[in-house]
Design a protein around this ligand. Sequence first.
Ligand code: CA
Ligand code: CA
Ligand code: CA
Ligand code: CA
Length: 626
Amino acid sequence: MRDGSSVVRGLVILVVAASWVCGCSSKPDAERVALASQPAAADSNSSSAKPPADTAKPEPPAAASAISNSASAPSAAEAARPSGPIQFTDVTAQAGIHFKHNSGAFGKKYLPETMGSGVCFIDYDNDGWQDIFLVNSMDWPGHKVGGLSYPALYHNNHDGTFTDVTRAAGLAVESYGMGCAVGDYDNDGFDDLYLTAVGSNHLYHNQGNGKFVDVTAKAGVASPGFSASAAWVDYDNDGKLDLFVTHYIEWSIESDQYCSLDNKNKSYCTPQAYKGESSHLYRNKGGGVFEDVTKKAGLWDPTSKALGVALLDFDNDGWMDLFVSNDTEPNKLYRNNHDGTFTEAGLTAGIAFSESGRVRAGMGVDAADFDGSGHQGLLIGNFTNESMALYRNDGSGLFTDEAPKSGLGAMTTSSLTFGCFFMDYDLDGLLDVIAANGHVSDDIAVVQPTVRYAQPLGMYRNLGDKKFEDVSGKLGKAIQKPTVARGVAYADYDNDGDLDLVVTASNGPVRLLRNDNANQNDVLRVKLVGSKSNRDGIGARVTLVTSTGVRMTRMVKSGSSYLSQSEFPLTFGLGKPGKPLPGRIEIVWPSGGQQTVAGLKANTFVTIREGKGIVATEAIRFGEAK
Ligand SMILES: [Ca+2]
Ligand SMILES: [Ca+2]
Ligand SMILES: [Ca+2]
Ligand SMILES: [Ca+2]
C-alpha cells in the first residue's frame, strides 16, 4: 500500500496541471505528483512530501531542464533500494485481476480457438499509472455454455491493485476477439483502443471521462475477416496515426477443415489448410474517418498469413517501415517510399526465410536496437524445432539471423513462441529477450512425447557482444510455470522503475508478473508528448547518451509482440547505482524535428514535449505499491 512510510524522495512536489502537460481538459494528470528541478542539496532537506496545495504552479520547462547530473547523491531513497535476486512474482490474485480467456472450444477444434488472445497496457485516464485491457473471445454460435464473455479493462488503483471497470467504460461487448492496439488517433490527449477479431474489428474512441464509444462504422475500420495483431503508425508523417491491421487466413465455421495428428481425433489444423488473407492499411484522413489504402500503398497481399507486425525504421530515414511476420509464408519487410507507398524488401533483406531457406511459422515479433549498433534488428517467435529468429541489421539493408551464434537458437528450439519482445528486465542497459510459449495443439504430446502443450516462459539475458544466456530458471517459479501463453506485454505498472509482465493464456487465466528487485539498478524512464508529431510520439527515435558515452537507442512503438501492446514510456537501464549517469537525450520526432534534452537525473520519470523539453520530472518510488 502507498502510505506515509514509503520512501518519497524529498524534493519539492508540485501538481502538474492537466492542461499544461497534455493540453487536455478533465482530470488527467491532476493527481500526478511531479518532481521539480532542485539541486541535490534540496534532496536531503525535505524528508516528506508537501501537500499539493502548496504547490499549484507548474515549473516552467526551462527550469525543469536545469536538473544537474551531479544530483545523484545518495538520498533516503537509495537506502531503501531493494536487494536480492531478481524474481518475477505472480501477483494476479492480490492485484484483484480475475480474467480468464474464453476460446469457446467445445470439441470441434475450430482453428481460431487456439490463437487468442492479446493484452494491451493503456493509461486511458492519463493518471500516469498503466491500466490493462484484456481481449476475450466467446462461445461459438449455437454452443453457449456460460454467460456472455467480455473483454476486460482494469483500472490501476495506484496501490498494486486494479478495479474491473469494463462495464462503466462501455467495453462490455462480446466478439470473437483476438488482439488490441493503443493509440491516440485524434490527438485529443486520450489513448484510443482498437480491438481485432474474427469477424469485425472495433475502434473505441476514448471520451476522456472513463468511457469509450464504438466509432468503427464512421471510421471505416471494421476490416472484416480474420484479423490478428494491429499497430498504429503514422506512415505518411502528417501527424495523424494511421492503422495497420494484420490478417491471418480465410476461415469460417463452414470452411473449417479436418486435420488429425493421430489419424483418430480431430486436431487444430496448421494454416497450410487455408488460403491467406491480405492485411490492411487505413490512412487517417482526420475527422475520425479512415481510408483503406492497402492497394494504393502497395500492401495488398492475399498470399500472406500474417500474425505479427513490428514498426521499425530499418534504414533510419525518418519514415516508418513495417515488418510483418507470416505463419508458414515468407515474412515481409515493407520499406516506406515517402510517397504513400511501400516496397516489399523481405527477400533482398534476408528476412523472408530462415538462414537455410525455409519458411517458418512466424508469430510474435519485435524490432529494437538490441546490439547497440544504432540499427533496429528483429526478433521473431516461431514454431517448435524452428527456433526464434534474432536478426541483426547491418545498416545497409541486410539482416542476418544471429540466433544460432548468439545461443538464442539452441535455447528456443523446443519452444513454440507467440508473444515476444526485447525488454531490459534487469536494467543493465542491454535489451533482453522475453518469449511467451505454448503449443497450438492440445494433443501434441500424443505424437511428439517430448513436446508439451503448456510451456514455461523464456527469458534470455543479453550478455553483450550478441550473446544471450537462458535465465528462465533463475527468475522465480512464475516464469517456470507451464502455461499455454499467447500474448505478452510489459509496463512498469507499479511505477517502481522496473518492467513488469502481463501474460495471457489460450482459454486460461491471465497472469500479472511483478518484477521484484531489478530496480536495484538505476533507471531513466521517458514519456514523449508529440505536438507537431502524433501525440503518443509513435515512431520517435530516442537516444540516451550516458555520461560514459554509451548510446542507447529506443523507439516509441505500437504493435509488436503478439496481439498485444506494451506501454509507451521508454525505459533506459543504467546499471549499478551512480554509474553511468544519464547524460542527454537526442530525439528524432516523426515530424522530422530534432531535439536534445539535457539535465536528466537517474531514477526519474521525465515527460518531454516536442519542441519544448522536459515538462515534468517525477522521482521513481522504489518499493511502493507492493
Ligand atoms: Ca484520442
Ligand atoms: Ca498519417
Ligand atoms: Ca538486460
Ligand atoms: Ca515495476
